[in-house]
Design a protein around this ligand. Structure first.
Ligand code: 4NP
Length: 158
């Protein structure tokens, strides 16, 4: 990695899944000593929760695993989708389809679980939404495996 890279995790509301991924990834990147060369952010496709802190369930599960929980909800912009050296990581298919509408030829738009060796269901690489399921533990496990795979790809991929 020669140039600074940015990763933006994107879910629907930017209060449950993408802030969880942001905070998990930031810790993994710090553990590799790469905080200066990989910047981590998150956003929502929707603007319902702009300015809100992460959901209580996300705050609680991150605290359980002794991780910080920082950030406020914001909505993804067309400018984000055209910024160079930026990985756009969607949490599910619906998020990815919404993002494609903002830039249908983004070179680094993926779903997080494309990088996981242990997705919940290999035929669906979606992270289920705990805003509806209430299961933040399952999301934490999925997000952690996905972030580890993503970081490995960023470090070792071409
Ligand atoms: P997230 O979950 O996309 O993982 O942040 C949701 C948060 C809020 C809503 C839906 C999903 N909402 O409809 O307000």
């Amino acid at each position: 990695m020669n140039e600074t890279q940015t990763v933006i995790f994107v879910c629907l509301g930017n209060i449950c899944r993408s802030p969880m991924a942001e905070n998990v990834m930031r810790q993994l990147v710090a553990a590799e000593g790469l905080s200066e060369s990989i910047k981590i952010d998150s956003a929502g496709t929707a603007g319902y929760h702009i300015g809100d802190p992460p959901h209580a369930g996300t705050r609680a599960i991150l605290a359980e695993y002794s991780l910080p929980c920082i950030g406020r909800s914001r909505q993804i912009s067309t400018a984000d989708m055209h910024q160079p050296n930026t990985w756009i990581i969607a949490l599910d298919e619906s998020n990815k389809n919404d993002l494609l509408r903002l830039n249908h030829s983004h070179p680094k738009l993926f779903k997080l679980l494309e990088f996981s060796d242990s997705p919940l269901n290999p035929s669906s690489l979606d992270v289920p939404d705990p805003y509806y399921t209430g299961d933040f533990e399952t999301v934490y496990q999925l997000v952690t495996a996905g972030c580890a795979g993503l970081l490995n790809q960023m470090i070792n991929g071409q």
